[in-house]
Design a binder for this molecule. Structure first.
Ligand code: IMP
Ligand code: MG
Length: 175
């Protein structure tokens, strides 16, 4: 049976996301800032971050798949949904749920950099730095977490648990 243990509670998430939003406001006082959310995991973080910001934001999403239905990375990145707009000449903040190996973000940053944005930064709710395989620079980090598999607040395991209000560690029996 799967077990869930709360790691970061809803109010802690809320407080930290407001801090990140204030930081982004300071860094981009004018706007608009293109916030590009990576589907599906980033949808809740992006919604909260964008609403906590005062700087005008434009919201876009890309779809990417780097994981199968399990808990380990396939190491293969695929763009399943591209941007609908040009980001040339705009300030862009890529919004990610969690950076683990860095493979996904490394790939995406290359893709976006080729499109000549004015600036390109990354905001991630969670950073799990222990398994980095690719160097990635993350500008705004919500929480650094240990190497455990987490779900909730947008993050899933095989499409389950995305609507949990807390970030929880998922424990599965080894069989
Ligand atoms: P990376 O390419 O290994 O950095 O993986 C990033 C993506 O893997 C994230 O956007 C998540 O979708 C997924 N991922 C990595 N770790 C976790 C986790 O602990 N729980 C849920 N999804 C995860
Ligand atoms: Mg993701």
């Amino acid at each position: 049976m799967p077990t869930l243990r709360a790691l970061i509670g809803a109010s802690e998430l809320d407080t930290r996301i407001r801090e990140l939003a204030a930081q982004i406001d300071r860094d981009y006082p004018e706007g608009p800032v293109y916030q590009i959310g990576i589907l599906k995991g980033a949808f809740i973080f992006l919604a909260d971050l964008a609403r906590a910001m005062n700087t005008p934001a434009r919201i876009e999403f890309v779809g990417i798949s780097s994981y199968g239905s399990g808990r380990t990375s396939s190491g293969e990145v695929r763009l399943t949904k591209d941007l609908d707009v040009s980001i040339e000449g705009y300030d862009v903040v890529v919004v990610e749920d969690i950076v683990d190996s860095g493979v996904t973000l490394h790939y995406l940053m290359q893709v976006f950099a080729q499109r000549k944005p004015k600036s390109l930064r990354v905001a991630t709710l969670l950073d799990k730095p222990e398994h980095r395989q690719r160097p990635v620079h993350v500008d705004y980090v919500g929480f650094k977490i240990p190497d455990e598999f987490v779900v909730g607040f947008g993050l899933d395991y095989a499409e389950d648990y995305r609507n949990l209000k807390d970030i929880c560690v998922l424990g599965l029996s080894p069989d």
